[in-house]
Design a protein around this ligand. Sequence first.
Ligand code: XIL
Length: 363
Amino acid sequence: MSLRAALTTTAFVAACAAALPAVAADTLRTLAQRAGVRIGTAVNVDALNTDAAYARLLAREFDLVTPENALKFSVVQPGRDRFDFAQADALVAFAEAHGMQVNGHVLVWHQQLPDWLTQGSFSRDELKAILREHIRTLVTRYRGRMASWDVAAEAVDEDGRLRDTFWLRGIGPDYLALAFQWAHEADPQAHLRYNDYGGEGDGAKSDGIYDLVAGLRRKGAPIHGVGLQMHVSLNDAPRASEVRINMQRLAALGLQTHISEMDVMLTLPASRADLRAQAALYRDMLKACLAVPQCRSFSTWGASDRYSWIPEFFPGQGDALLFDMAGRPKPAYDRVRRILRAAASGKRTGETVKPVETNPENK
Ligand code: XIL
């Protein structure tokens, strides 16, 4: 390790230690547990393996983790006959050691596919066999250890129609129902979700997602939940009231809902007013979730800004998460904690929506 890296790491650890007294009493996860909701984050497994302060932060604040990349097709199946579970195994072991649930992410998606797959020329039957094998291998390996899976993601386009993807072209629209069926066969207890972005509130995409999952339910596909990703910015976010109404209509289909990947990107450098506005958005979306009994988890796409995907994918943007570069809680953290504390003391509202009947397969 270079001197600079060592100093940075030391500074990071020291900053986390300094931040500890402020958050030691009630952490997000202790409050969330009392409030009856899971509080989650995506995890960068390389950082988990190398950055002890990051690992401590995760274990202290969250009770649900999603591998950020470890189970993406290109990472986990780099060759047709070669699977690499090193990263995912490390995360599952960490989660089990700290009493956290794991959400498997993601079985059928059109991004981060390996070249052997996208550059190959496979017939429809071959692609079905490849996808089936992929799903069967992953879900069987973690049977009983993954609480849930994002079975399919981002299959709907901005206009509400099915997105033109590698899987749609190669297999046809059935690929979605098949993926849910195969996942269910491999682990009948796992909670199976559809996950998408940009359809959290109202609009064509949100209607398209609703129609897709309603159709899957009608066909009897084993789908149990919908993840609303919630990658937003200060001037491009749905209204919380629309999010609540959307969650209620999904709940009426018998589905649970989740805020699955929230982050709020800010233009850098962020001002204090930006950080306050960001905190208000986190507060509003968490309140929308807590107002719907079927909303069972609230996850952010990363814990600290140090490991956020935003600066790389949206140059000039960042500061999107609950903890800053040094792992210190931001105004958004305090807001989220305050809302969870209120919910923990019995103020979770919205009981007007009928709870989903308890179905052992739909945990
Ligand atoms: C992102 C990761 O955060 C990046 O590290 C990776 O390079 C690309 O994918 N929606 C999703 C996630 O469902 O899988 C994406 O994760 C972010 C958007």
